[in-house]
Design a protein around this ligand. Sequence first.
Ligand code: TTP
Ligand code: MG
Length: 398
Amino acid sequence: MNRTILHLDMDAFFAAVEQRDHPEYRGKPLVVGADPKGGRGRGVVATASYEARKYGIHSALPISKAYRLCPHAIYVRGSYQRYGEVSQQVMAILQEFTPIIEKISIDEAFLDLTGSLKLFGSAVEIAQKIKNRIRSEVQLTASVGIAPNKFLAKIASDLQKPDGLVVVKEGEEKSFLEPLPISKLWGVGEKTEAVLKGRGLSTIGQIAQLPESELGSRLGKWGHALWLLANGIDDRAVVTWSPQKSISQEITFDEDVDDPEVMERTLFKLADELARMMRKSELKGRTITLKIRLEDFSTFSRSRTSSDFIDSTEVIKAVAIEMFRDFDRKGLRVRLLGVGLSQLSSVYGEQLGLFAQEKPINQKLTNLLDSLKEKYGDDAITRASFLSATPIRSSGKD
Ligand code: TTP
Ligand code: MG
């Protein structure tokens, strides 16, 4: 199964927020950044409105130079807290379409839509819905790229700015890239560009046609990566960035519990349900979190992160139990237990060979797994009598 990736980037972000909040700035060249001080200012341009870009003003340009290019532009310092708030609003809209979001800067993010298509329609429909929602709820425009991988989606979102929507279909990766300049390849700065141009290479298509070994011998490992990108090959998964993006299962006991055996059985059950949820949503996660609330309502969480993405019941169980055994509850009884997974990713990454075969986190864990299996067996958990009582249970994504 192939992936569908969406990349979204807000248009002239800081400047657009200023123009939205100050109607008198609209339609005019506007520069957000350092104080130009009549041309003697130090510091740089953060961003410029599209009207100001016509004068050659862009991000990172010295503000003194911007002033020389367009002295009559409106120059503002910017309100960074505001931009952060607007960014959060935009990300909240994106989150409604998939939990697999990788925010890569204040105004851009990757979404893995592979699992959302059945629910929300085609990728183009989703993109249009997202753009409409951002326009109506945040009063800003965004540009979107849709493609089978991150690299292509990012290039696509930039091609029709502002307010763009560009789709790269499966099978069209190479023809899409062919005419584009090599500077569009990730990591190709001025230096690499000069080396490649010196060899008569100016388009991505020309790089794609070279034998892979030739690029490798000129540029080493980087040459190999460059060749893959030029051929539209990019297996990187969209990795969620936010620690609170998680799926969890928790249970509040009818009565506070003191018996460790009962608690471990409960953790087993929770881990089982969590793993089932993960598989149903076609997700894996890297960070396993244990939540414990004691009888005095004090609440603790313990987390462990694996280098591999996990959805296996066994591993979640074992890690949760290990963290539980390491936790000192100082003789207090337990009111609530929860198990969660975060740093989520789509399972499709694995099918593309991105992640190594899941392996236990460490040896201690492997031993623990074995001993747990011996002690409880797989069915024992569902037979635990206290679970047939009616505990208050909450689960879901936060
Ligand atoms: P970008 O997305 O690179 O730029 P942009 O949104 O202003 O314009 P575009 O339509 O081309 O996407 O960066 C997002 C914001 O990050 C930008 O509005 C200001 C800030 N920024 C800086 O402060 N300094 C920089 O050098 C860059 C590149 C961006
Ligand atoms: Mg932007």
